[in-house]
Ligand binder design. Structure first.
Ligand code: SAM
Length: 426
């Protein structure tokens, strides 16, 4: 053996883009390529980035296999690095070419650590090696697989055990991951929508603040909210006469019923009128003054939800609100989406009036920056603090065993930091 290692630098071209964006498939293929070549796997770590692309490494006793993918080009770059004679990296090369359906590949082999250029150092092996192995002497195999939501400046990564649901609907890519820290998690087009461990913050704050401050709420409309969390909380208000929910994507409902049952628990409640349709169309066709509270529980202003952030839509919501009607929207993160945040508050004020629009905050660990905002706009006399009865809120919170919302949090949520006040007042 003239060198310590063999390093094959590989380029795979015209691969199947879906294969290069499927982290579970890539992980299995890379591990399969290692085992097929006779290697012993110690650890595998894979990251898949939103909106696309995967990077990962399989550490083997005989060194490593690494990959970076560009699904948008159907291209993958791979490093196959092996030490010793027992593993043939070219077997891995062929295995992966088939796994990624590469039309063609190119590879160059480098000898790494030419022995002729090396002199052995005198050091005590025993003192250096830590025994990460089973009693039988087998290396302990570990696996890390990460989901990462990122924009060009910040990212949030979560370790998970794989994907439970993955469907491309007519509107978006609907995925559910089994995360290790936050339970099952729904993402749409690679963006975190809700997780089992912190969903209650969002769902309790988007529902109880308006319903407990409306003078006499009877009819509530939810736009979006396909995970069911908002409907679950709204239906805790037993005095309501009608609750309508209009969700555009039945795949979201299906995914959440299957894999997030604690959130989707109310989607089959007979008191819920669940309609699968475009919320914009539903609002345009609804009668004047027909709802007391309209909750817009939408995704970010992209894809099917873009129209839910438009002046026309909000004007229509204003029209269908009753005299003291309240519109609540998730209004993004003041820190993360400050441009959208500023714009929508100007629009709300132009429609509802300067002193009829209020902003409140809540802290959702799996949302970008953790600081998230909700808007409270009223057509009539309803007011988030003047109409607020702390004792009634506290009693509601206790009798429903809520996890986030209570009387103090209600009041505190409207106490805004100066930078947020300045953004709204601009
Ligand atoms: N809490 C999440 C957030 O803040 O990002 C939103 C959760 S909920 C899953 C958002 C829902 O809005 C999605 O199920 C999506 O399909 C739905 N949606 C988007 N555009 C819509 C539209 N035009 N009409 C009805 N539902 C819509």
């Amino acid at each position: 053996m003239a060198s310590l290692g063999r390093h094959i630098i590989v380029e795979y071209y015209d691969c199947a883009p879906e294969a290069l964006n499927d982290v579970t498939h890539i992980e299995k293929s890379m591990e399969g390529a290692a085992e097929e070549a006779g290697a012993t796997i110690i650890n595998s770590t894979f990251h898949h980035f939103s909106p696309y692309g995967v990077s990962g490494v399989v550490v083997i006793e005989e060194s490593h296999l690494a990959i970076h993918t560009w699904p948008e080009y159907g291209y993958a770059s791979v490093d196959l690095f092996t030490c010793g004679e027992s593993v043939d990296p070219w077997v891995s090369y062929q295995f992966l070419k088939e796994a990624f359906k590469a039309a063609h590949g190119s590879a160059v082999e480098l000898k790494r650590g030419e022995l002729a250029l090396l002199t052995k150092k005198d050091f005590d092996i025993q003192q250096l090696r830590d025994e990460k192995s089973t009693d039988a002497g087998e290396p302990i195999r570990t696996r890390d697989i990460w989901f990462t939501e990122r924009d060009d400046k910040i990212a949030l990564s979560m370790k998970h055990n794989g994907k439970l649901y993955d469907q491309q609907s007519d509107y978006q890519r609907v995925e559910v991951y089994e995360t290790q820290a936050y339970g099952n998690m729904l993402t749409l087009d690679g963006m975190v929508m809700t997780t089992e461990k912190d969903e209650y913050v969002y769902h309790e704050m988007i529902t109880h603040v308006p319903i407990l401050t409306h003078p006499n709420p009877k009819r509530v409309l939810i736009i979006g909210g396909g995970d069911g969390g908002t409907a679950r909380e709204v239906l805790k208000h037993t005095e309501l006469e009608e609750v309508v929910m209009v969700e555009i994507d039945e795949k979201v409902i299906e995914a959440c019923k299957l894999h997030l049952p604690s959130i989707a628990s109310a989607l089959d409640d007979p008191r819920l009128n669940l309609i699968v349709d475009d919320g914009i169309k539903y609002v345009n066709e609804a009668s004047d003054g027909s709802f007391d509270v309209v909750i817009v529980d939408s995704t970010d202003p992209v894809g099917p939800a873009e129209g839910l952030f438009s002046v026309d839509f909000y004007k229509e919501v204003y029209r269908i609100l009753s005299t003291d009607g309240i519109m609540i929207t998730q209004s993004e993160s003041p820190r993360f989406n400050n441009k959208v945040f500023k714009e929508i508050y100007q629009v709300y004020r132009s429609i509802f009036g300067m002193d009829k629009v209020h902003c409140y905050l809540a802290y959702i660990p799996t949302y970008p920056t953790g600081m998230w905002s909700f808007s409270y706009s009223t057509k009539g006399s309803a007011h988030p603090l003047n109409g607020f009865d702390p004792a009634k809120s506290q009693a509601f919170s206790e009798s429903n065993a809520l996890s986030y919302y209570n009387g103090q949090i209600h009041a505190a949520a409207f106490a805004l930091p100066n930078f947020v006040k300045q953004m709204i007042d601009q």
